[in-house]
Design a binder for this molecule. Structure first.
Ligand code: KDO
Length: 335
């Protein structure tokens, strides 16, 4: 297994950074401030990548500040804050964008993206151009890069002896927390569960109190949020290879010089690449730690889940919003 080294990552992005720092500071010496709002923690790999890679690369002309854990803007309100001129950046989701543009639900559909590399090919493919343009034209938000969040799995309070999750039928009646937007709730129901909308910041306490039976974040998030303290099993459904977008204010973007725009784009790509490698490294190496905390991890009947989940989207309102040919192109870009 390729062991991703922190030094290698920093060296590879520093080379980019050096090129960027050769650029002159802001013409009048005045620096803009880029403010990021995220419901993620400060230690989440996407947050770390923005602070340790993106921020230094734009430092010649921009100060960077970040609000974590939803403290600046509640989860799901960041895009509106950017559109309203009250925020520079967010780590947005396709599910949040689907609230404005239903067709974005295609990128939030269970068992479509195959892995991190597939996400990058899709984001960089011409199929993405109309999606990106619409977000710029109608929301005033520029999608700079795609970030890897990870493979989402069903993570429950019940032990496997109490509830062995092999097929969607085993999730009937399970109160599974999903994030609040329609695309997330649809996915939770497609898994066979009874989805409950709840903000990310409420998940730990709701698991601890028993207000919910489970949640579905990737392994790195299970560790970062210590969900292993309040859950007893993970059925590796891998039902969504989840992504986020580095969303940037178009108004701020248009205020930058072409050179500065190039640096911002390169900084976003470098941060996304760094965070992706770190998240993949964590994802591939955390299972034993989580097991050591008393959480049983096992693989269910993946074909049963894939078949059932995908059947729920056929003929759905979400699928009706997908532009002709896009799903076929996404599948072509798969392995
Ligand atoms: C979550 O609320 O479960 C979720 O994983 C949804 C993602 O789209 C994203 O908002 C994420 O939370 C946050 O970035 C916190 O990790």
């Amino acid at each position: 297994m390729l062991k991703f080294t922190r030094r290698a990552a920093i060296a590879s992005v520093a080379a980019l950074g050096l090129a960027a720092s050769a650029l002159p500071a802001a013409a009048d010496g005045h620096k803009v401030t880029f403010t990021l709002a995220t419901s993620g923690s400060e230690t989440d790999q996407r947050s770390v990548a923005m602070a340790e890679v993106f921020a230094p690369m734009v430092a010649a002309f921009a100060d960077y500040q970040a609000g974590y854990n939803g403290t600046l803007f509640a989860q799901g309100t960041e895009l509106e804050a950017i559109a309203g001129g009250n925020l520079t950046m967010s780590i947005a989701s396709a599910q949040e964008l689907a609230q404005f543009f239903p067709e974005f639900s295609i990128f939030a559909t269970g068992y479509v993206h195959q892995d991190a590399a597939h996400q990058v090919r899709v984001f960089n493919d011409p199929l993405m151009d109309p999606f990106k343009q619409k977000v710029e034209d109608e929301l005033g938000v520029k999608l700079l890069s795609v970030m890897y969040l990870g493979r989402r799995h069903v993570n429950l309070r019940q032990t496997r002896d109490e509830l062995d999750v092999q097929t969607p039928a085993d999730l009937a009646g399970v109160n599974l927390r999903m994030p609040g937007t329609d695309a997330w709730q649809f996915l939770g129901a497609a898994l066979g569960a009874s989805p409950t909308p709840l903000a990310f910041s409420e998940v730990y306490t709701s698991l601890a109190s028993g207000a919910i039976d489970g949640q579905d974040n990737p392994l790195p998030t299970v560790v970062d949020q210590k969900f292993y303290e309040v859950t007893k099993q993970i059925s590796l459904t891998s039902h969504l290879v989840d992504l986020n977008y580095i969303a940037f204010s178009l108004e701020t973007w248009n205020s930058l010089t072409p050179d500065q725009q190039l640096v911002v784009q390169r900084a976003a790509d470098a941060a996304a690449a760094y965070g992706r490698l770190k998240q993949l490294d964590k994802e591939n190496n955390l299972a034993d730690f989580i097991r050591s905390q008393g959480v049983e991890i096992y693989t269910p009947d993946l074909e049963a889940f894939r078949t059932h989940v995908q059947a729920q989207y056929v003929g759905s309102e979400a699928a009706a919003s997908w532009p002709e040919g896009v799903l076929d192109r996404i599948n072509e870009l798969g392995n």
